[in-house]
Design a protein around this ligand. Structure first.
Ligand code: NAG
Ligand code: NAG
Ligand code: NAG
Ligand code: NAG
Ligand code: NAG
Ligand code: NAG
Ligand code: NAG
Ligand code: NAG
Length: 765
């Protein structure tokens, strides 16, 4: 009874009322949507000391087989149901976790089997809740384009609420891999090219999924993945080899993982790839030396799907027994799907290849996660609350809001956008814009196409009095031009077109790598035919990655990047197209001009022969450049237009000299100089002019998204500390070095508003 009341309060407490920041002098904490209230007595979490005591108590009673059983995670196949074998293992106490099973009733049913086992250790259920469960938010790359930590946190917290209600305890998210090769399909699942933005988003997502206590009935345990450097797969081909210097690894690929640890993430997942010759799942240096010893992580490490036995294919282990041994000894606690530990663990211990201590510590990590999730006190979920927790109006409202703010306006010649709502006729072209399952993504959890809004539906709902004419032009994969004529006719008749082009959802996501990242099929031909009509048109891009769209950039009057926009995508996109929302997204990843520029990212090194941007490139033969394409991307990191304009004024530093111990205060005023309310992302970049280890040309070191009414002025303050000014020295210690720095403030990574300051001392921290 008490439990029921607690749960009711929990769900009731999750209201997301709008709260306007009243403070206009500084926007340090502009909470535009309120986070769920924290209610202390909802926590089932024991103290950490009590948890360790209980773990030891249980461990002392466990047989070796029961211990090994805890290290196994199997899949709840059969469309979310479970196999009889899974129930039998659970009853025998020989299973630690199940993934992919969900649904309050079915998870409870399986859990009852586990609770009949000798030691009554509950199962922990994992699932890929990546960007929403039933209420789908934009893909993580799109969420990141909001540049709004609170929005990203809120999306994760709603995803957690819906997931936990359906019996899921643990999500395999966030993916915090830095990625610089847009061919890679999993680009959609991450935060883009930048270390700082990626780290901030990693923390926001961990906070959103877990809160500060994931035993709560509206929270799940998060999982930082894929450890490590999966985003650097050679040539962007999924699962491919990674070989890189420790410096690059520590400067670029590891920081978002460390940020996740600092935010309290409960688990880690090992990467599929090998790193410098050792598969991540068997990589003791990564899993023990860095993760446990340096970062003091005490959570759970799970392998990726079959990644333990894939060490055979990597030509690292000779057979499953060796694979299990390498994984365990390296520090992989739990094996996902494959069963090498379950099959060979006992023999490995008996032969002395794996010590009991290694097994015990892995089991401790599993049990600790289960305690932190509150599962020993309540292994079940309230089945009565499940359905009413999905798709709540406030969740949909948040999704619409966040989605609209994730869209990036790349071009808007002569104010083509926003379109007047009084337009009499309008043509909507493109099957992507009217196919319900295409509003979702390759990782859509249990979001349903029937519950999502297509672009066509969103536009029709927005324009009840307009003649909205739809022609597909071609199917989603656009293999033929046989229906182009109808599309052209519709555009001619309507006089204005919204053309939805881009990638089908299956063209990104896991194993969704592409060797070319332009518009697939005949879509470019379709656009050329529409261009020939001479009628104005807007290109709405649906994309799981940056794409090469040079022709579109030159020829389309307006371009709106919409990623994969999720459940409320159609409404949110219509909100922006017709001016109810002023676009404010900024690119989290550069859009290259062509494929040959990849990898391309704003924080490159300068080289000894950088090009001189002020002189013609033809005069610069012996410079670091291509003969056939510029060095800069088509659209750079941090770029995105608005329907209004902003000016940055009174940029000041509170000092121009400081010591290595001191912090620098930076202030700028932003004014909305246009004629509409709008949001701007104030971005701060730093350049270390000379240092004993070369630094990138500039690095993002701060950002803040602010809302400004017409003519409104807001002051934005940043503080740079030694963590921002320093870099890792040769012993991997943080070092701030004396010298000159340049600090840049503006609206994208190529801003030129700059001030210099000097650090007068050198110090290693
Ligand atoms: C998002 O929600 C907040 C709070 O309700 C509101 O102030 C803001 O205008 C909304 N933005 C959009 C684009 O809907
Ligand atoms: C696995 O391979 C190793 C090394 O070749 C060998 O010693 C061991 O007997 C093999 N184990 C099994 C179970 O095949
Ligand atoms: C939840 O909804 C499903 C259909 O979507 C239905 O089968 C099930 O009975 C409902 N559960 C409860 C407890 O009402
Ligand atoms: C998406 O829906 C279309 C029909 O609307 C169907 O033909 C197609 O198979 C679906 N694709 C996927 C991946 O489910
Ligand atoms: C924008 O305006 C310029 C100058 O009037 C004109 O040359 C150009 O064609 C216009 N572009 C579009 C897309 O309307
Ligand atoms: C960014 O700021 C620069 C300099 O103030 C300005 O010229 C440019 O139009 C702005 N760009 C965007 C996308 O707002
Ligand atoms: C801020 O900038 C504006 C516009 O450049 C200027 O008029 C004003 O005097 C400045 N304020 C301060 C405090 O410098
Ligand atoms: C500048 O601002 C920083 C951050 O607030 C502060 O720590 C520092 O003492 C200030 N320096 C001066 C010279 O006022």
């Amino acid at each position: 009874m008490a439990r029921k009341m607690v749960l009711t309060i929990a769900v009731f407490a999750l209201f997301l009322a709008a709260v306007r920041s009243g403070d206009s002098s500084s926007d340090e904490s502009q909470h535009y949507l309120k986070m769920p209230e924290k209610i202390d007595d909802m926590s089932r979490r024991l103290s950490e000391v009590e948890i360790e005591r209980r773990i030891n108590q249980i461990l002392a009673q466990m047989t070796l087989d029961e211990k090994i059983g805890q290290l196994q995670q199997t899949s709840g196949v059969n469309g979310g149901d479970f196999l009889p074998e899974t129930a039998a293992l659970a009853r025998a106490g020989l299973l630690g976790s199940v993934l992919n099973i969900r649904g309050a009733h079915i998870t409870n049913t399986l859990q009852r089997h586990a609770m009949q086992s000798r030691l009554k250790i509950p199962l922990v259920y994992g699932f890929d809740t990546i960007h929403g469960y039933r209420t789908l938010f934009p893909i993580p790359l799109g969420e990141t384009a909001t540049w709004d930590r609170d929005a990203v946190e809120l999306a994760a917290s709603i995803a957690a609420t819906e997931s936990r209600a359906t019996g899921i305890h643990w999500t395999f998210a966030p993916m915090v891999d830095v990625m610089r090769d847009a061919r890679w399909g999993r680009i959609m699942e991450g935060s883009g090219e930048d270390v700082f933005l990626g780290s901030e988003m990693a923390k926001a997502r961990v906070r959103g999924f877990q809160g500060d206590d994931y035993s709560r009935p509206d929270k799940v345990m998060a999982c930082a993945k894929h450890f490590a450097a999966y985003g650097a797969a050679e040539a962007g081909r999924d699962y491919n080899t990674v070989d890189m210097s420790e410096r690059r690894l520590r400067e670029i690929y590891l920081p978002p993982f460390q940020a996740a640890v600092e935010a309290g993430v409960g688990s880690f997942m090992t990467a599929f790839n090998e790193l410098n010759g050792v598969p991540a799942t068997g990589n003791k240096w990564l899993l023990r030396d860095v993760l446990r010893d340096e970062w003091k992580f005490d959570g759970l490490v799970v392998s990726d799907w079959d990644a333990v036995i894939e060490m055979n294919a990597h030509q690292y282990s000779a057979n499953d027994s060796e694979a299990a041994r390498y994984a365990l000894n390296a520090g992989t606690d739990m094996e996902m799907n494959s069963r090498s530990v379950a099959q060979h663990g006992r023999q490995l211990v008996e032969n002395g290849k794996v010590s009991v201590t290694v097994i015990d510590n892995a089991v401790r990590n599993v049990l600790r996660a289960k305690f932190r999730l509150g599962l020993f006190d309540n292994p079940y979920v309230d089945e009565r609350l499940e359905n009413s927790t999905f798709l709540k109006p406030e969740f949909l409202q948040a999704a619409r809001n966040i989605t609209a703010r994730s869209l990036v306006l790349l071009k808007n010649e002569n104010h083509t956008l926003p379109i007047s709502k009084h337009i009499r006729r309008i043509a909507v072209i493109g099957a992507l814009g009217s196919t319900p399952n295409e509003t979702l993504s390759h990782w859509s959890a249990d979001a349903r196409p029937s519950e999502s809004i297509t672009i066509l539906q969103g536009i029709r709902a927005k324009l009840p009095d307009t003649n909205v004419i739809y022609e597909k032009g071609c199917e989603v994969y656009c293999t033929t031009d046989k229906d182009f004529a109808e599309a052209v006719e519709a555009v001619n008749y309507a006089g204005f077109a919204i053309v939805v082009v881009g990638e089908p959802k299956e063209y990104s996501g896991e194993a969704g790598s592409r060797s070319m990242i332009g518009l697939p099929g005949r879509q470019l031909d379709l656009l050329k035919r529409i261009k020939e009509t001479g009628k104005p048109f807007v290109v709405v891009l649906m994309n799981g990655r940056p794409m090469t769209i040079e022709w579109v950039a030159e020829n389309a009057p307006a371009i709106l990047v919409t990623w994969r926009a999720g459940t409320m995508g159609g409404h949110a996109i219509a909100d922006v197209l017709f001016g109810d929302v002023n676009p404010s997204g900024k690119l989290p990843m550069s859009f290259p001009r062509n494929l040959g520029q990849i990898p391309i990212h704003y924080d490159m090194k300068n080289t000894g022969r950088p090009i001189d941007k002020s002189s013609a490139t033809l005069d610069q033969r012996y410079r670091s450049k291509y003969l056939d394409v510029a060095n800069d991307p088509l659209y750079t990191f941090g770029f995105g237009l608005s329907y209004t304009t902003f000016a940055f004024e009174n940029f000041t530093l509170n000092t121009t000299t400081l010591t290595a111990d001191e912090s620098l205060g930076i202030r700028v005023e932003v004014v909305n100089t246009g004629n509409r309310e709008g949001e701007e992302v104030v971005q701060l970049y730093l350049r270390d002019v000379a240092s004993s280890i070369t630094r990138p040309v500039r690095q993002l070191r701060g950002f803040r998204k602010i809302n400004l009414a017409v003519q409104e002025r807001k002051r934005v303050d940043f503080v740079l500390t030694r963590r921002d000014l320093g870099f890792l020295d040769k012993q991997w210690k943080l070092k701030v070095e004396a010298g000159t720095f340049e600090v840049y403030i503006g609206n994208s990574s190529d801003t030129i508003m700059m001030k210099t300051f000097t650090v007068t001392t050198t110090k290693i921290f």
